[in-house]
Design a protein around this ligand. Sequence first.
Ligand code: PEP
Ligand code: MN
Length: 346
Amino acid sequence: MLIVMGAHATAEDVARICKKIEDLGFKPHPMPGASRTAIGLTGNPGPVEPGFFENMPGVVELIEVTHPYKLVSRELKPDNTTVVVGDVVIGGQDIVVMAGPCAVETEEQTLRIAEKVRAKGAHIYRGGAFKPRTSPYSFHGLGLKGLKILAKARDCTGMPIVTEAIDGESLEMVEEYADIIQIGARNMQNFSLLRSAGRARKPVLLKRGMSATLDDLLLAAEYIMSEGNYQVILCERGIRTFADHTRNTLDLSIIPAVKRISHLPILVDPSHGTGKRHKVAPLSRAAIAVGADGLIIEVHDQPENALSDGPQALLPETFGDLMEEIQMLAPVVKRSMTRVHTKAVR
Ligand code: PEP
Ligand code: MN
């Protein structure tokens, strides 16, 4: 159930409803919007008796939720959610670009590529310290040492850091060192990890599982939000199909589908979505054209020596050309992109 409060409802009216929800043994989720506050209610095993709320001060409408998801839905929150990380606003007017290598390999490589993508105007730096790999014999990342290197890259460039957590233990470390916690495709339905991310105090970048439907993705986001963390960014990164000319099939049709029913921002990862360097720029342009809020792109200056995903990494120069194209393309879809040379090197 959603409890919609009138424009003139006071903070006390909202608090009274939340208290009532708690007294009933459920969890309240107040979502302030531009014109009204809606209060979501979770933890109820079935429909809730409207009589509990309909005559309480400030209440204008009670809406029975028909979808399996509630907190991610525009029914609860009609306005777009923005996630603010340092100076960067994700889901606002500006397109946001996260870029960096697949993996943190060495301190030298990480700081060097950070400087290069920053110079091309990237907003947020990516790099995996914990790498979930298909083979147990592949490089699995530097772990905590990698997180410390990423923190150093943030200190040197001013760019916030996004990096993946793969389990409860790495989640605690990622929450401490990074600015955005990434939950990867392989863990999109790791429900205990989702719940833990929901209790974290950092935004979460949730990547679509490789065989996840739109509902699966939104319900995974709902797990995080149901624990009280509303700072969720979705990410389309390609799904498994019969097509074998591409690593995955980038499903750009999910962008307008998500936008129609959810207020959450959504990014596109054209690197994992295609697996091939030559496809990254065209699909990045397409992603912006269909309304994505931004991109997450793998960039490496020595892709032939990369410890993971070299074939899909853009060279810094090509990345710079793409940033220029996105800047020109953004106004066509009534967006903009600032190529921030973030803060001066500290
Ligand atoms: C990544 O972004 O490094 C990654 C492993 O992506 P995905 O979870 O989408 O495969
Ligand atoms: Mn990768």
